[in-house]
Design a protein around this ligand. Structure first.
Ligand SMILES: Nc1ncnc2c1ncn2[C@@H]1O[C@H](COP(=O)(O)OP(=O)(O)OP(=O)(O)O)[C@@H](O)[C@H]1O
Length: 278
């Protein structure tokens, strides 16, 4: 059975005017975002702009101070923990400890929202697990200790765990961070091909252009641009939001916008809070 067959459907996500503050600092300030069923939506923006905070609010490890998060029209906060986990699977940025579990055991944990806590794994669970391991290139890692894996291998195991959860919304925070270029491309193609609704934080704007249907740009906790990659990825946006010079063209083979970064103009002063060019 493929993970595509296992999927419960694709969710409609609506984030409406969500704010989140720590002490008196607004990390998210009235963020509104939508992802339609089956859409792959990218969240981009400079370091510290609020991407991880937003994703955590969506997958439920943070509760927004204001605003609403709706899954297929239902308040996410009102869903039970297990029901939310049946609908939303997350691949967080930092893999926490594997508690000395094997990769197969870590991946199997993704089935738990679908089971009673005393229920043993069934043959069907095993099929989900094998299919997810295979699709993420993790079959050969299955009996390895999770804590002993490289960053990229851990990332792939966590994606496999999210797949066996059979979510209708998949939330991935910098999923390509530790991956070599082949796995970056394979992983994003896999995620896009699942048919789930996908929300991804990405730093690589060329990958975002190629794999996302729409993008939201965060800056200082606010959405400052949104639209198709063609609409959002402009030299003007890169200068304004990231403080970099860039040229954007349409790739002759893929047809996607392609960003080429230029060295900083020595005549222009560095942006406040940014590392100056050496
Ligand atoms: N618990 C916290 N207490 C105080 N500040 C926090 C806390 N969590 C996050 N922040 C701050 O909130 C801002 C947004 O953080 P967040 O991790 O959401 O950004 P990001 O866009 O994901 O960044 P990056 O691209 O570096 O991963 C940052 O300035 C961060 O330092």
């Amino acid at each position: 059975m493929s993970t595509r067959e296992a999927r419960a459907g694709a969710a409609r996500l609506r984030v409406a005017e969500v704010s989140y503050a720590v002490r008196d600092r607004m990390l998210l300030d009235g963020v509104t975002l939508e992802a339609g069923p089956g859409e792959t939506v990218g969240v981009v923006g400079p370091n510290g702009s609020g991407k991880t905070t937003l994703l955590r609010c969506v997958y439920g490890t943070l509760s927004p101070a204001a605003g609403r998060i709706l899954l297929d029209g239902a308040e996410a906060a009102a869903l039970g923990v297990k029901e939310r986990a049946r609908r939303v699977a997350a691949v967080p940025q930092e893999a926490s400890g594997g508690f000395e579990l094997t990769v197969r055991q870590v991946v199997a944990m993704g089935r738990s929202p679908h089971k009673r806590f005393w229920e043993a794994d069934t043959a069907r669970d095993a099929e989900y697990i094998e299919a997810a391991l295979e699709r993420t290139g993790g079959t050969a890692l299955a009996e390895r200790n999770f804590d002993g894996l490289s960053g990229g291998e851990k990332q792939r195991a966590l994606v496999a765990r999210a797949l066996v959860q059979a979510p209708s919304l998949l939330v991935l925070d910098e999923p390509t961070n530790h991956l070599d270029v082949r796995y970056q491309l394979e992983l994003l193609a896999l995620v896009r091909g699942l048919g789930t609704t996908n929300l991804l934080a990405l730093h690589d704007l060329n990958l975002a252009a190629h794999f996302c249907d729409r993008l939201y740009v965060l800056d200082s906790g606010r959405v400052v641009r949104s639209g198709t990659p063609e609409e959002v990825l402009t030299a003007e946006m890169l200068a304004e939001v990231y403080g970099v010079r860039a040229e954007v063209s349409t790739h002759p083979t893929t047809g996607a916008p392609t960003v080429v970064y230029l060295p900083p103009d020595p005549a222009s002063a560095p942006r406040e809070g940014r590392v100056s060019a050496r």
